[in-house]
Design a protein around this ligand. Structure first.
Ligand code: BTN
Length: 329
């Protein structure tokens, strides 16, 4: 690790506190002059670091830049690697590549402030401008596709809990891979498998999470107006959120769920779909049904109009809340 990177990691952990140059030099195993040089390099990158004569250095408490150094100290799994980009085409694509190159182990993260080619479900693109948080987590080893449904539900629960704890906002989960606030989508999840070409077996799963922190509704593309929402009410509020801790908290929650992967009670308790009339969109066709419950394997049990019951799987269908969205008892 470079002095600059090590210094940023310490300053991020002690945001708003003054730390002496001598102590920093000791911790980083370098001279005070090297610390000073690294401080200046970080300032050039835009970090607000105050220096008092003979007092030391302090990273401004308001600093809120997404960085690997800012995320790492909060991660429970210290062996995992972290990559952060200002912009990347897709964090899912980058994470898959790193997994295939054997650079990313279980729990490794790729995060970005925007994506130029964000990917959504069913081959759609995912609008990923500044004002959002985009991350992908590599999970391995991964054997059965059946379980990938539970992975998506685990990720949704991980986001729910992290956003509630660190942003003070309670979201609604929409089966299977979305989170909503006030009836608008604020987070989407895409779970992809990395398969071995020769054996066809699944080596890794990459769970991609896109969160809209704040987006001015007027600047949304026409097709997202009235559909996409934000976690925060305004830009100022979003800028105060500690993004590094939010990423780490989501990853920690997900890794915890992975220890014993099953349907999370959080996912069930905050799901907005069971009990509602829904419209199931299956390719060109659409039909009405009553959503009954989330099954233990993550599928959605519905009652069809003819009274029969079907368990819906991820990828098969999209669903829309029908009617006035009121719950049927
Ligand atoms: C959906 O709602 O259709 C799923 C969207 C998933 C978007 C996330 S953003 C981070 C990761 N990288 C991608 O390219 N996609 C996922």
């Amino acid at each position: 690790m470079t002095v600059k990177s090590g210094l940023l990691e310490i300053l991020e952990q002690h945001k708003g506190e003054t730390i002496s140059g001598e102590w920093l030099a000791g911790r980083l195993g370098c001279t005070r002059a090297a610390v000073w040089k690294a401080v200046n390099a970080l300032r050039e990158d835009g970090y607000m670091i105050e220096a008092g004569a003979n007092k030391g250095y302090m990273l401004s408490a308001e600093t809120n830049r997404l960085s690997a150094e800012g995320i790492r100290p909060y991660l429970n799994c210290q062996e995992a690697s972290v990559w952060v980009y200002k912009e990347v085409d897709s964090t899912n694509r980058a994470a898959k590549q790193k997994a295939m190159d054997h650079a990313a182990s279980h729990g490794s993260v790729v995060a970005a402030s925007r994506q130029s080619a964000g990917r959504g479900r069913r081959g759609r693109s995912f609008f990923s401008p500044e004002g959002g948080l985009y991350l992908s987590v590599v999970l391995e080893p991964w054997e059965t596709l059946q379980e990938s449904l539970l992975l998506t539900t685990a990720a949704a629960a991980a986001v729910y809990e992290a956003v509630e704890k660190l942003c003070g906002v309670s979201l609604d989960i929409k089966w299977v891979n979305d989170l909503y606030r006030n009836g608008k989508k604020v987070c989407g999840i895409l779970t992809e498998a990395v398969t071995d070409f020769e054996s066809g077996s699944i080596q890794f799963a990459v769970v991609g999470i896109g969160i809209n922190l704040y987006q001015n509704p007027d600047t949304l593309p026409e097709e997202l107006k009235g559909i996409a929402g934000s976690i925060f009410e305004c830009r100022e509020e979003a800028e105060k959120a500690d993004l590094n801790r939010l990423v780490a908290e989501i990853v920690n929650n997900l890794m915890e769920e992975m220890k014993d992967l099953k349907l999370s009670p959080v996912y069930v308790a905050h799901n907005m779909i069971p009990g509602h009339e829904i419209r199931i969109l299956d390719g060109e066709r659409s039909r009405k049904a009553l959503a009954l419950e989330i099954c233990q394997d993550g599928r959605l049990l519905v009652q069809e109009e003819d009274g029969s019951r079907t368990a819906l799987s991820y990828g098969e269908v999209s669903i829309r809340l029908d009617g006035n969205g009121e719950k049927r008892e």
